[in-house]
Design a protein around this ligand. Sequence first.
Ligand SMILES: C[S@@+](CC[C@H](N)C(=O)[O-])C[C@H]1O[C@@H](n2cnc3c(N)ncnc32)[C@H](O)[C@@H]1O
Length: 496
Amino acid sequence: MGDDESGRRPAPSRSSGPAGPGLVTDELIQLEVGPVAHGGHCVARYDGRVVFVRHALPGEVVLARLTESAPDAKFWRADAVEAIEPSPERVQPPCPVAGPGLCGGCDWQHADLTTQRRLKADVVTEQLRRIAKLDQVPDVVVEGPDGDGLGWRTRVRFTVDTEGRPGLRKHRSHDVIAVKECLIAAPAASSLGVLDARWPNALAVEVISPSVGDPLVVAEPVAGRTGDKLRLPRLPLGTNLATRDDTGVHQVKGRTWVTEEVTVDGEPRPFRVTGTGFWQVHPAAAQTLLDAVLSAAGAQPGERALDLYGGVGLFAAGLAAQVGVTGSVILVEGDARASSDARRGLHDLDQVRVENGSVPRVLPRLAADGGPLAPAGPEGARGGADVVVLDPPRSGAGKDVIAQVVALAPRVVVYVACDPAALARDLATAAAAGYRLTGLRAFDLFPMTHHVECVAVLEPAGDRPAPAAVPAVAERAPRPRAGGRPGGSARGRRRN
Ligand SMILES: C[S@@+](CC[C@H](N)C(=O)[O-])C[C@H]1O[C@@H](n2cnc3c(N)ncnc32)[C@H](O)[C@@H]1O
């Protein structure tokens, strides 16, 4: 924030001047900042045109630099570079690279944590109202884990720049800002020396700080750099080092996996997570979400539960305890390594079955004649599922999967969502199919960023329907991608 590089305060463009061709990217304009919008920015208007402005807070008057301003664009983007009339909720960002034109990883470092949570609640409410078109939007309170919002990120992927330095990407850019520290990262990201080292043979490097045992560093090598050509920096004793490419995760030193631990049914339970496979990122997230999901699901002994997009089995383990040995849990996961970790981690639970494959393809198979979810057979068994937990990637479950879930006629659906827009779209589909939102909790599991995790509960709007045939889905279901983790950066540059 503040003066431009020359030290002079730049003159803003007229706020009442003509929109369009007169203004170019990098030009400064004065904006009155309106409400928060999904994506880590607020809405302002410049001569009637919507401008999404980052680094601002609702109610402020700011001087903003246009970052995207095509004359024919429906909306523009800008970065607030000076708060002319600052909000009382504005704080000095703790990180020196959080700000306009710098690291794009954090969106709200300039707001105190209480304000961040209120803004996230506003976003969830707005998405439910506008996209899900709910008649009555529940009061959204974003619950937060303790702490100051720093030092929590147990998985951080650093992109390596052309000099071999790890860094973080600028917002909506492939440019990399080399960093020596990331303040939201768990301490291992800095203490292992990963950020001080040069990684000329890598495109990216991910630091994984598990809840149990030594950290794991996974490098993505530049194509062709294997064997003797793969020289990676030395890391402290005890650090596991691996590489990851299209063929899998490869050991360099120590283990290629980490152990995460969560309390399930009163006992600590280990989960194995290989390489950069998905695990909740905030140290409090796995337990928080498991507890929220189980309390919403309330699965009963003997019931049939589904854990869709189940990863390495976090929710399946808890559902297994609820349904007991007379019930069943089917976990569906698209990533082969995560499915194999789930099988290994849940092998002691006879009531759990792990299915590897894409959810929209696996469900019709499970519900086909003779399958474990087939609609009522001649013996009068009910068929379908009693409880469905789904935790899809950012894009959401989509219409096809929601139709399939509804066809199973569960008494309750527990939807864990990392994107409120995708959740709202899926809620609209579910509502049209007879399932209504009966509960919603939101959690601030990504402090300083705009991301917010929701746990939504859906139940039949009237009497519980009978299971129906699960519709098959036309091919080209989205290819499962390990992760789908908010804030994960896109693939790095390719070098040969
Ligand atoms: C947000 S993660 C949730 C994982 C797990 N529920 C947990 O909390 O640890 C989403 C998971 O869905 C998987 N996935 C993505 N698309 C999929 C698909 N079409 N079918 C099955 N799994 C998929 C990913 O591999 C990832 O493990």
